[in-house]
Design a protein around this ligand. Structure first.
Ligand SMILES: Cc1cc2nc3c(=O)[nH]c(=O)nc-3n(C[C@H](O)[C@H](O)[C@H](O)COP(=O)(O)O)c2cc1C
Length: 360
């Protein structure tokens, strides 16, 4: 075994050398929760920062990159979602969803489902122009023309996958590393087929070695990693680096809404749940009264992505303004209790110190 499988530490070092990192810890891209301050802190501690740019127009992407570079933080990835096919609209079903939402927040206008997302191609152009260490994808693979432009510019592509079939598609399409997303993860599942998400819920402990035995590109482990033990375990199982989201959400640099941050403290794994209630795509959130209500008998089915995102936006805004965790969109992974209200750089260094001590 030792002849064919590189030791965890060597694998991690090779990854760090390639991407100019001091330690193999990557901040997860988190749309709506990626302030520059958090990435600067992680990058300054020797890890890699990340922008979840899904909701960011090109100007906002450029501004974020400028802030990172002004702070001397050069190790970062820029991330967006591969667009889904246009959703099938069903006015009757949407009317039921709107009525249901009206019981939780403001009345919902029929036009709220007509969501226009920032232009994907314009985001891709802004990514290229920013020359980050890596660009990353979730929910599918980049078109070949964009992959060719990334390669020509020397920018790596990290592709999120939740199954081997997805990982193999991404590898064949030219991905330089696969982000193996376990079902413990906070936020959205990266399932390429939105409808398949509930059937493809694989735990990270099974996912990493399964990928490691079958893929040729490095694996970045994501989902439920919150301290040095998880980092050491992921590297031992075959990952070259880890990607951590939820555990950073209580750090001051994350600027997380105080009600959300407070709810993460000591949150038990079973107090999170997978739900389509906020966007129509499956995502792990705090098991709030609102999210649970969608599971009750007689509740309508959420509309497809991104229609549900639009229909739920009035509730999202009013719940957030009120600071009411039961009516707020608050993502959380199963390791939320490992999130700590300490500077992100300290969290990164401590995670790596503990992992380093545990690894052979
Ligand atoms: C608040 C939040 C927002 C997220 N947004 C994105 C996103 O925009 N793009 C993406 O690829 N992953 C996104 N994710 C998923 C993370 O990249 C990653 O898979 C996850 O955080 C790892 O699990 P953990 O939260 O248990 O560390 C998000 C996660 C959270 C918690």
């Amino acid at each position: 075994v030792s002849q064919t499988i590189p030791r965890p530490r060597d694998r991690a070092r090779a990854f760090c050398d390639r991407y100019g990192l001091a330690l193999p810890i990557l901040l997860a891209p988190m749309a709506g929760a990626s302030p520059a301050s958090l990435s600067i802190a992680v990058a300054q501690a020797g890890g890699m920062g990340a922008l979840g740019a899904l909701l960011s127009p090109p100007d906002a992407i450029r501004r974020w990159v400028h802030d990172l570079r002004a702070a001397g933080a050069n190790a970062f990835q820029l991330n967006t979602w591969i667009p889904d096919p246009s959703p099938k609209r069903d006015p009757g079903a949407e009317a039921q969803v709107r009525r249901f939402l009206g019981d939780w927040g403001p009345e919902v206008a029929a036009s709220a489902g007509d969501v226009v997302l920032p232009d994907f191609d314009a985001q891709c152009d802004a990514f290229l122009e920013s020359t980050p260490a890596a660009v990353s994808s979730i929910m599918g693979v980049f078109p070949p023309s964009f992959v060719a432009r990334l390669k020509a510019a020397g920018i790596a592509w990290f592709a999120t996958a939740t199954t081997l079939a997805e990982a193999e598609r991404a590898q064949a399409a030219g991905a330089d590393a696969i982000v193996a997303q376990g079902f413990e993860a906070g936020g959205h599942r990266g399932s390429f087929d939105a409808a398949a998400a509930e059937r493809q819920l694989i735990g990270l402990f099974a996912l990493i070695p399964y990928f490691a035995s079958r893929l040729t590109v490095p694996i970045i482990a994501a989902g439920g990693i919150g301290d040095g033990r998880g980092v050491a375990a992921a590297l031992t199982l075959g990952a070259s680096a880890v990607l951590v989201g939820t555990a950073f959400l209580r750090c001051p640099e994350a600027k997380t809404h105080p009600s959300w941050a407070a709810a993460l403290e000591n949150l038990a794994p079973e107090e999170t749940m997978l739900t389509r209630a906020w966007t129509g795509r499956l995502a792990r959130a705090i098991a709030s009264d609102y999210a649970r209500a969608w599971e009750a008998p007689g509740a309508p089915r959420p509309a497809p992505y991104p229609v549900q995102r639009g229909l739920a936006s009035a509730l999202r805004e009013s719940g957030t303004a009120a600071g009411d965790i039961h009516r707020m969109q608050a993502w959380a992974g199963q390791s939320a209790s490992m999130s700590r209200a300490i500077p992100a750089g300290e969290l990164v260094r401590e995670m790596w110190d503990v992992a380093d001590g545990l690894l052979l």
